[in-house]
Design a protein. Structure first.
Length: 179
């Protein structure tokens, strides 16, 4: 039902539409211009960077959002990740997406840690991280300046050993992530 395919150039207009929508951008560190030419420049940059990968999330073949691994540090076996649902009619399944990525990261890529930063106010994402075994590690006070004010950022991490030992009920959620 849920699949992940590598981000392609033909996806850029849709991704830009999602990324500039209020429900997505409100919790992102930056606001971006709705400029397709800049989107192509961004795509060219990430396409040649093996420290980050992007996939389109699909449900029954319908593109609904974007998920990424970022700041992949192969030496220290860690990465951060991000995702968003662009099509709000699929927001009900947002919470089911995470285990697919975690299983790929820990069982296929062999990383040891995933970490995530969440802007204050994004309570649903914070609860989701805790639900999937993340530990809240720190609060970065006044960490991001956006919309004329500072925002706190919550830092979470998930260690491979914890995922493999304590989150076995989620191990069945597997999918292909083409690099």
């Amino acid at each position: 039902m849920i699949t992940f395919r590598k981000l392609e150039e033909f996806d850029l207009a849709q991704v830009l539409e999602w990324r500039t929508s209020e429900h997505v951008t409100q919790y992102m560190y930056t606001n971006i211009e709705k400029d397709l030419a800049k989107q192509y420049v961004w795509f060219e940059k990430i396409s040649n960077d093996d420290t980050q990968y992007y996939w389109i999330i699909e449900v029954k073949g319908v593109p609904i959002g974007l998920i990424s691994l970022n700041q992949i540090d192969r030496k220290n076996k860690k990465a951060t990740f991000a995702y968003y649902i662009g099509d709000l009619s699929y927001s009900i399944i947002a919470g089911r997406i995470h285990p697919y990525l975690y299983n790929f990261v820990f069982f296929e890529l062999g990383l040891n840690k995933l970490y995530a930063e969440v802007m204050e106010g994004n309570d649903g994402m914070m609860k989701m991280h805790l639900h999937y075994g993340f530990t809240h590690v720190a609060t970065f006070k006044e960490h991001i300046y956006k919309n004329n004010r500072f925002h706190n950022v919550e830092y979470f991490e998930l260690i491979e050993r914890h995922w493999k030992d304590n989150c076995t009920k989620f191990h069945k959620f597997r999918a292909d992530f083409i690099l």
